[in-house]
Design a protein around this ligand. Structure first.
Ligand code: 13P
Length: 269
């Protein structure tokens, strides 16, 4: 098991077969050839309709892939939904859950997210659980209160051990797609407070938990964000659609990583 940082690309609802092909070709060549020097676990989350294409383009590379969402039910008459088992069938190892855009635009509740979380774990998918506060909550200094509520639903249902083999992503809503990133200090403070708060349940698990930052990560701010001791990598939206920008962000990750991310089943090659 390697102890390496993570870089996750959330393509959201962008791309087509031709642009995906070009983007993946560029990043694959570069990441495969520098993997020995920059041991990072890179994960691509394309729109689900492009999973087949992603699978065939990334097979055999050092890059993993996953989905941006999954159904809260195992199977059945749920028109338009995609089951976790279907994601597994397409070689997904990760699934993003609780992204603020799903909470905001599709009314996903903490309870539904906790259900998806449990199903993902049952299936052996690694959940990337997103938490984060609105601008109003940030200004009212309620960041940790909001995040604790978002995490508590999972803890109440499944206990602290639920976070074994899980990735947390702190994504302040006010920083997503706005160009306004949290400062490295703010992001560090929140990631560290999340870790501290989780130590009450399981000290060693909290210590090893991979906590990422997401929200307007760009080549210009990546290095300072990734140098923070409680930030174990990034969840990148817009900049992950541009090969050059994404590769610069990748290169900004620390070359030697001493923080333990050992609760993740990441195989190094
Ligand atoms: P941006 O990087 O476009 O701000 O998006 C962040 C995000 O939502 C990743 O999940």
């Amino acid at each position: 098991m390697a102890q390496i940082p993570l870089l996750i690309a959330n393509w959201k609802m962008y791309g087509n077969r031709s642009t995906n092909q070009q983007l993946l070709a560029k990043i694959k060549v570069c990441i495969n050839s520098s993997h020995a020097k920059i041991p990072v676990s890179v994960v691509i989350l394309p729109p689900a309709i492009f999973l087949e294409q992603t699978t065939s383009l990334l097979k055999g590379s050092t890059i993993a892939w996953g989905a941006q969402n999954m159904a809260s039910e195992e199977k059945g008459a749920y028109t338009g939904e995609i089951a976790g088992a279907m994601l597994k069938d397409f070689g997904c190892r990760y699934v993003l859950l609780g992204h603020s855009e799903r909470r905001q635009h599709f009314g996903e509740t903490d309870v539904q997210i906790a259900r998806k979380f449990a199903l993902a774990k049952q299936l052996g998918l690694t959940p990337i659980l997103c938490v984060g506060e609105s601008l109003a909550d940030y200004q009212a200094k309620k960041t940790m209160k909001v995040i604790q509520q978002q995490l508590q639903v999972v803890i109440t249902s499944f206990g602290f051990s639920a976070f074994q083999n899980t990735i947390l992503a702190y994504e302040p809503i006010w920083a997503i797609g706005t160009g306004l990133s949290a400062t490295p200090e703010t992001a560090q403070t929140v990631c560290s407070q999340i870790r501290q708060w989780l130590t009450q349940g399981d000290h060693s698990l909290a210590d090893k938990l991979a906590i990422l930052y997401g929200g307007s990560i760009k080549p210009e701010n990546a290095k300072s964000l990734f140098s923070m001791p409680d930030i174990d990598g990034g969840l990148v939206g817009a900049a992950s659609l541009d090969a050059q920008a994404f590769l610069k962000i990748y290169e900004a990750l620390p070359k030697s990583f001493t923080k333990p991310v050992s609760n993740l089943k990441i195989e190094s090659d």
